[in-house]
Design a protein around this ligand. Structure first.
Ligand code: DGT
Ligand code: CA
Ligand code: CA
Ligand code: ZN
Length: 573
């Protein structure tokens, strides 16, 4: 197994934590933490640097001693020093240090006085009121610990956006019943359209005298109320998702929305701009001394800071602030710009509906065209089509095309890219199609070099149009295969190929960062649903969100084009 930089950084953090619990001197502890930070920030793989004989002790914060330790760890997968520490101190204690409000000293006191070794021990002791009896801990600390444990329950577990969206919609419907609601918005990563969401951050503005919290904590899907108060309450839902509800006054609504939408990095950059003008920005407003100079809307605040309004999906501190200052923000694609879907399956392979049913469903979603792209024979479990079966399907489409009104049906295939980079069907049949999506469905384990070459070679075929779900990842369940996307993008640019942004919420592949890279390199994207079911066309919403996070405009996305323009750019020969 290759050692990743994150493994080494984590190792050093663990040692630092254990040393802290042991009561080691703070300089030694800091040395490990600094080293972890250095390694986290490196753009090169440390194990590979060792292979090349590079001197690690040249890195900032890494002396000879730590350089030796890294080599030992990379060579053997363990470190004697860590093993020794682990014998003295239960490693689970390190987890306790992650609980906000518990430093090394307190963790040690809890261990020595109450024999608390794990989060479970801690939770039990807190509930039984043992902690508030300890010297240096009070009732308040005990309550804070209980709240944090509730939070810990859910941390690490992220919810996919479509699930989060379902949860958020029901909750919003429920909260809208409150009398006197003036504003109700889900902020946080959800509003930024991230592919997964940690928790939901809801903001509410109501008429004076309304206590929204009271209603909130009565929601039926609540497993546990973590805290309740008039301005802020937190609950844990049965689904495991945490929700924070904050009541804010209308004069601060824009400021609160900006603050709780984040991202944190974006907020920090805004704060710096305010500071340069000797102003202060927080969740209550933008202040010049004690004067609130903006706060009601986000736009006001951006304006005062000399910035154009920035769409939530861009707020990741990836250059959007600079662009907003210069007036060069992208005009982000919207769902309305999307006119067609270029990756659709039918019951000829593993889809569940007929061509007509899929066409009807697409029409209902205001699409002007779809391409039927069933699997090719290599994916035999789906009943993938061979050349004859595909020829039959082409005939079927041509025959039915005139009968299905109001939507244009393109012929197509999702053809497998075989291990040697050839396509699973002969050129003669591929040539007859409007749309050729090429995908990998086998041999995910190839080395990065081989996997990349497989795709580059496939792109040499003039009939290769769109690279389907380019990294093969499934969020939370399957890592992407090892592939050099930048190389692939460069070849796509040279060869006039397009990249898919597969809108299936478990894929969202390409991801946001790769979409931006593609755009910067001048490679266009197809946002496709990979629909197997009539409802799947609704996935377009998530694809568009991801595209917006990747700075894409309508013109960067080929399925915003008219059928005529699309047919023209798809033809290379
Ligand atoms: P998540 O829930 O993990 O998917 O991600 P977010 O972005 O929703 O983060 P969350 O729920 O911890 O906080 C919501 C927003 O509140 C976050 O995007 C920015 C803001 N925020 C939270 N903590 C801080 C902080 O320490 N400093 C600043 N400047 N902003 C913060
Ligand atoms: Ca959140
Ligand atoms: Ca939150
Ligand atoms: Zn596929």
């Amino acid at each position: 197994m290759p050692v990743h930089n994150t493994d080494i950084a984590e190792l050093f953090r663990k040692i630092a934590d254990l040393l802290a619990i042991e009561g080691e001197n703070k300089f030694r502890i800091r040395a490990y933490r600094n080293a972890a930070q250095t390694i986290d920030g490196l753009s090169k793989n440390v194990a590979e640097m060792i292979d090349r004989g590079e001197d690690l002790s040249k890195l900032s914060g890494i002396g000879d001693d730590l350089a030796d330790k890294i080599e030992t760890f990379v060579d053997t997968g363990s470190l004697p020093q860590l093993e020794k520490l682990e014998k003295k101190i239960p490693v689970e204690l390190v987890k306790l240090m992650k609980i906000r409000g518990l430093g090394a000293k307190r963790v040690r006191a809890l261990y020595e006085k109450l024999n608390i070794r794990s989060v479970e021990d801690l939770s039990k002791a807190a509930e039984e009121g043992e902690i508030s009896n300890l010297e240096g801990f009070g009732k308040k600390t005990e309550q804070a610990i209980m709240d944090e444990i509730g939070r810990l329950d859910t941390s690490g577990k992220r919810t996919m956006i479509f699930k989060a969206s379902e949860i958020a919609h029901s909750l919003i419907d429920y909260l809208e019943e409150i009398d006197g609601v003036k504003e109700l918005v889900v902020a946080g990563s959800y509003r930024r359209g991230k592919e997964t969401v940690g928790d939901l951050d809801i903001l509410i503005v109501t008429k004076r005298g309304v206590n929204a919290s009271e209603h909130f904590v009565e929601y039926e899907d609540i497993k546990k109320v973590l805290s309740r108060g008039e301005s802020k309450s937190s609950v844990l839902l049965d689904s495991g998702m945490q929700v924070d509800l904050r009541s804010v006054p209308a004069v601060s609504f824009g400021a609160a929305l900006l603050y709780f939408t984040g991202s944190k990095a974006h907020n920090i950059s805004l704060r710096k701009i305010a500071q340069k003008k000797s102003w202060k920005v927080n969740e209550y407003g933008l202040f010049d001394g004690d004067d609130r100079i903006a706060g009601r809307t986000e736009k006001q605040i951006y304006e005062k800071l000399g910035l154009e309004h920035i769409d939530p999906e861009l707020r990741e501190d990836r250059g959007e602030i600079e662009a907003a200052r210069k007036g060069s923000l992208p005009d982000l694609i919207t769902r309305k710009d999307v006119r067609g879907d270029l990756h659709v399956h039918t019951n000829r392979t593993d889809g569940h509906y007929s061509l007509e049913q899929m066409a009807e469903a697409a029409k209902k979603r205001n699409l002007d065209y779809i391409a039927i792209t069933d699997h090719s024979k290599h994916v035999s479990v789906t009943g993938g089509l061979d050349a004859d079966a595909l020829a039959e399907q082409i005939d079927e489409i041509e025959e039915k095309r005139s009968k299905i009104e109001g939507i244009d049906i393109l012929t197509g295939i999702e053809v497998d890219i075989l291990e040697d980079g050839s396509l699973d069907l002969p050129d003669e049949i591929l040539k007859k199609l409007d749309v050729v999506v090429c995908s990998i469905h086998s041999k995910f384990g190839l080395s990065k070099k081989k996997q990349t070459e497989r795709v580059l070679k496939a792109m040499d075929n003039d009939l290769f149009q769109i690279f389907g779900h380019p990294t093969g990842r499934m969020i939370g369940t399957r890592e992407p295969y090892d592939i050099d996307i930048e190389k692939v993008l460069r070849r796509a640019k040279e060869r006039g190929c397009f990249m898919e942004l597969n809108a299936h919420p478990e894929r969202l592949d390409l991801d946001d960062a790769h979409c931006k890279t593609a755009k910067d390199m001048g490679v266009k994207i197809a946002i496709s649903t990979d629909a197997h079911h009539t409802d799947d066309f609704d996935f377009l919403e998530y694809g568009v969100k991801q595209a917006r996070r990747g700075w894409l405009e309508a013109n960067d996305v080929i399925n915003t084009f008219s059928p005529k323009r699309l047919r023209k750019i798809l033809k290379k020969t």
